[in-house]
Design a protein around this ligand. Sequence first.
Ligand code: DLL
Length: 435
Amino acid sequence: MSSYIWNEKMETMPFEQMQALQGQRLADCVRRMYGTVPYYTKRMRDAGLEPGDIRTLAELRHLPFTDKEDMRENYPYGTFAVPIEDIVRIHASSGTTGKQKVVGYTKDDIDLWSECCCRALAATGLSKKDILHVAYGYGLFTGGLGLHYGSERMGLTTIPVSSGNTKRQIQILADFKPTALACTPSYALHLADELETYGVDKSMLSLRVGIFGAEPWSLAMKEQIEEKLNLRAFDIYGLSETMGPGVSISCEAGDLLHIQSDHFIAEVVDPQTHEQLPEGELGELVFSSVTKQGTPLIRYNTHDLTRLFYGRCGCGRTTVRMEKVTGRADDMLIIRGVNVFPTQIESVLLNYGEVEPHYMIYVDRVHNLDQMEVQIEMTPTFFSDSIKDIEQTERKLYQDIQATLGISAKIKLVEPRSLPRSEGKAQRVIDRRSY
Ligand code: DLL
């Protein structure tokens, strides 16, 4: 079945009407938070603002930003806008450093989240006739439970496998015949590679849709997963602070992701000046989750890098679209002064039939000079080739990566299956530099 629109009214609302609704919801949200959430009240006062100053969407740009530090400084419940007895669920995300970012959901928030996930699932063409295998982790991570509730609300047969235990995952894929798989793209690739180990051919699977996200992945990787698992892959985006999966989803008409604009007001800002950027310009993605009751956030800087696009999409939706997130501003490596994102390296590797998209980037500082080494797994067939061929491919990759990044990196082709695999978000970079 092809995709359909779950909430016609909200997902196809004329742009001006949506902006008016967003402005109204923003004003309500500011009023709700002012006086209830102490850190936010202080922020507004410091900026010389009162709730009455915010009446329309145009006034959004006057409001102060919120960042992960605000969540950490107010750990665990200081960002909550309702008493704890109204909270029915808590999630948390740890990130790489510091205290966890804790978020609370009221019953209405869980309903809103399920609605957003239904919209996302519908955009991929799933309906109640489908069986969804959820291999995102269940627990404090939002991936598993978030999609689970949306899937059940839509009436799909939902298999809550959670992450880990690859052997069992493959057995379920082969025996229960799910038609859709939800997990991180790196784990989808791992599952595809492991099919053979367990004597399963992709023709024995019934998958037709993949709902992949929670980490950056390139379009080249998307094509590989589609081919290896014989499905159509969609990109699902979200973050715990604003809700979890379902904030945006790609559609059948293209690779841009539709943001659920009636709940999340998106801006893209210049990373240095924090000024709003016009349509199509690359910058940091900022969200205001104006309908959330538990932990609403205003102008939360995700530090994810993307561009925004407006106008009606080929699928009929009018919601604001964002480009596939290529990385986070804080994931960016600066090697000898040059900005490098792991996904740039990934898109080069994926043009080579001799290697697998399993790679690790090691960064060191030797005699005050940054050095980058990229280790890439060879395919089992290429691994058995002559040393001369392997060295030649290493040289070609060296040149290609240098041309793409503008700096050189040592390339080391390693044995198949020798690099660590992740069951959730993949770790691609080990930065061993000390400053
Ligand atoms: O990763 C929520 C999620 C679960 C999204 C399942 C999609 C599917 P956090 O653990 O809080 O929440 O991490 C959020 O992950 O700021 C991005 O940097 C990254 N991220 C999430 N989705 C994508 C995506 C979940 N589709 C952080 N593409 C975000 C690229 C993504 N990066």
